[in-house]
Write a protein of this length. Structure first.
Length: 94
């Protein structure tokens, strides 16, 4: 897993911004983060442990897949939220 923390905090809410590439497995502690995707294949935490889990994925380069969504063009982003039994997602395409 390639991961680079960019800055100490992303904004006033304490969100971290990380660049990810390659195969990445996220955990409960990754909730609230913003990920810049550079050719990443992302595995989310177990759905049963996901109540309140959320993350934002933004295209940086290459083609990335997150929860069956493909992020592969400038302006693409996805927000994924867990409800304790499954993940809900929305994708914005520029």
């Amino acid at each position: 897993m390639a991961s680079t923390k960019i800055g100490v905090k992303g904004h006033w809410g304490g969100c971290y911004i990380e660049e990810i590439s390659g195969a990445v497995t996220l955990t409960a502690s990754d909730s609230g983060k913003i990920f810049l995707c550079a050719g990443a294949t992302v595995t989310l935490p177990a759905a049963a442990d996901s109540a309140g889990w959320n993350a934002t994925f933004i295209y940086k380069s290459g083609s990335s897949s997150v929860n069956s969504l493909t992020i592969d063009a400038s302006g693409d982003m996805a927000i994924i939220v867990g409800d304790g039994s499954t993940f809900q997602s929305g994708k914005s395409i520029a």
